[in-house]
Design a protein around this ligand. Structure first.
Ligand code: NAD
Length: 269
């Protein structure tokens, strides 16, 4: 799909002149959001721990006529997050949108859980959202405008056996989303969460591989079983999550804030 063909090919949403920070944008859902937003005219700031991946995505966007900057960032490090926001302001001059997408998972029977690995998931999925939102809000409040979208999970609503750190962090992100939405509603900022069901990404491959081992199945068999048991008998796609994120940052979604929206193909209703 060509870049900068306006009106935007998706839902006629024009993000020209806007700057979006997307964490964990090197692959999976974050990459798809970055490509979609860039196609709709936004400058995208790609922040992730893996520099190779975000550099490649940024080149893809810039080579196609879009605008992208990649900034190596560990979202669990508040100093690194502060530096990333400084670079975004220096290079792009403003921050209109934050997509808190970076995420991690740890599959283990709770009794056997490693404390450090459990805490690391909370650090990435919750503290990372806290650090990035806190740092970005300073600019959004001054601008009296902004859109924040947190990629939570249906696991935060219904739980996930053998994945308690993940489900706990994602539930916390929903509480955080609602709290911040209330805090900043009067200054024109919206904050929402998207709760996807399973997609076929690297994160899922790890999670399903670890779960599959517990039940004598391969990651693929485990995932196929989940898909065929779901009401729509399929997995969710990154494009669906990017499409909803795009709508939530658009002017049409001005009145939507403090929501946690499921994209689950009916698996969670
Ligand atoms: N894949 C699914 O089925 C699914 C379902 C529900 C929710 N989610 C959520 O969607 C988001 C994206 O997931 P995905 O499936 O694309 O996963 P992914 O593993 O493909 O991508 C996650 C990205 O986060 C980055 N990241 C991890 N730790 C980081 C850190 N400390 N600092 C900066 N970046 C870091 C990784 O480098 C990677 O680029 C996650 O928050 C995940 O929990 C995924």
């Amino acid at each position: 799909m060509p870049f900068l063909v306006l009106p935007c090919p998706v839902m006629n949403i024009d993000l020209s002149g806007q700057v979006a920070i997307i964490t964990g944008a090197g692959r999976g859902i974050g990459k798809e959001i970055a490509l979609t937003f860039a196609q709709c005219g936004s400058t995208v700031v790609l922040a992730a721990r893996n520099t190779d991946q975000i550099t490649t995505v940024a080149s893809e966007i810039n080579d196609a006529g879009g605008k992208a900057v990649s900034v190596e960032t560990d979202v669990t490090d508040s100093n690194a997050v502060g530096k990333m926001i400084e670079i975004a302001m220096e290079q792009a001059g403003r921050i209109d949108i934050l997509i808190n997408n970076a995420g991690a998972s740890y599959v283990a029977n709770l009794v056997m859980s490693d404390d450090e690995k459990w805490r690391e998931v909370i650090d990435v999925n919750l503290m990372g959202v806290y650090y990035c939102t806190k740092a970005v809000l300073r600019h959004m409040v001054l601008a009296k405008a902004g859109r924040i979208v947190n990629i939570s999970s249906v696991a935060g609503l219904v739980g996930a056996a053998y994945n308690s750190a993940y489900a706990s962090s994602k539930a916390a992100v929903i509480g955080f989303t609602k709290s911040i939405a209330l805090e900043v509603a009067k200054v024109g900022i919206t904050t929402n969460a998207i709760c996807p069901w399973h997609l076929d990404t690297e994160l899922t491959k790890y999670t399903m591989g670890a779960r599959g081992k517990m039940f004598g199945k391969s990651a693929e068999e485990y995932l196929q079983q989940l898909a065929s048991d779901s009401p729509q008998q399929r997995l969710i796609t990154p494009e669906e999550i990017a499409g909803l994120a795009l709508f939530l940052v658009s002017p049409q979604a001005k009145g939507i804030t403090g929501q946690a929206i499921n994209v689950s193909g009916g698996a969670v209703i």
